[in-house]
Design a protein around this ligand. Structure first.
Ligand code: ZN
Length: 297
């Protein structure tokens, strides 16, 4: 995504990785071939790979800047993390930090870090390795953690609750060091942050305490949706919950409510796992809600 500018506000993305990912039927156990085929006309070529039939997905951090504020939304998997449950995430060594620096942002500049939820692929760059210790990557930032997430993952018994999406100890190496350094703020739906510049709403279901972040920007409302949906396919088929959702019917309900509120509205949807380009809207076409990239509207 090239930079989005809205008044004094800019939005960039730092991409940890993106490309061909899961088959729809793998990540969405209720998806059937005929149902997926019915959505191809708008899913291709940005969200579904024509030749392989795989979803196109990515993982990225949003960098949201306005005078006095550098906000990071979700912090990917991170480098050097021990993640034995996932070949693709184990001991990563990506250029994520170089990309952030190339935007003109140094770690000391970051004022706020928000994790929509505390899954392993959303909190990794919260910390970095310093010798043999994990230390906060952004020492001047307030880290905004959903309180219900923080409490849930504090229980070691929950660390494997998502099965193949197991957190692999990410609470211990990517959340707790931030809390112990006194940089964490535990937030709840209805709360505000950034001196009132943004607010949080519940998107529980995928994870027990997932929150979306909302911000007014002129006539637009920016909405950072985390994993409320893993693919735009779920805008047309909100009942297709991900196998990684801790509460699959709750996740479907959250999507339906979100689509009802933000469909055909001036809401810019910025989702964790949509590839580049990323920003889009929920629009009604042919009597059905679908996702369109802003560049295509
Ligand atoms: Zn995720």
């Amino acid at each position: 995504m090239s930079q989005i500018r809205l008044g004094d506000l800019t939005i960039d993305r730092v991409v940890e990785g993106e490309g061909k990912a899961f088959f729809p039927g793998y990540i969405f156990p209720d998806a059937d071939d005929a149902g997926v085929a019915a959505e191809k006309h708008w899913m291709e070529p940005n969200f579904l790979d024509t030749y392989s039939g795989r979803l196109l997905q990515g993982n990225a951090t949003f960098v949201v800047r306005r005078p006095g504020m550098v906000l990071l939304v979700d912090t990917c998997v991170g480098n050097d993390k021990d993640r034995p449950s996932s070949k693709t995430w184990h001991k990563l060594s990506t250029d994520w930090m170089d990309q952030l620096n190339a935007l003109g942002v140094q770690p000391d500049d970051v004022t706020h870090v928000f994790n929509t939820h505390l899954h392993v692929d959303h909190c990794g760059w919260n910390t970095r390795l310093d010798g043999d210790r994990w230390v906060p990557t952004f020492p001047n930032a307030k880290y905004l953690f959903p309180k219900d997430e923080f409490d849930f993952w504090a229980n070691p018994a929950n660390d494997t609750v998502t099965g193949t999406g197991a957190n692999d100890g990410s609470y211990a190496d990517s959340v707790l060091p931030v809390y112990d350094a006194g940089l964490a703020r535990l937030i709840e739906a209805g709360g505000r942050g950034g001196d009132g510049a943004f607010w949080f709403e519940s998107a529980a279901g995928h994870a027990p305490g997932q929150l979306t972040l909302h911000m007014d920007a002129g006539t637009e409302q920016l909405v950072f949706t985390g994993d409320l949906f893993h693919s735009p396919l779920q805008i047309a088929r909100p009942e297709w919950s991900s196998k990684f959702d801790v509460d699959r019917s709750g996740a479907a309900d959250a999507r339906r409510q979100f689509i009802a509120k933000h469909g055909d509205a001036d809401s810019m949807i910025l989702s964790a796992h949509v590839c580049t380009p990323n920003a889009g809207r929920i629009v009604t076409e042919g009597g059905k809600s679908i996702f369109r990239l802003l560049k295509d509207l």
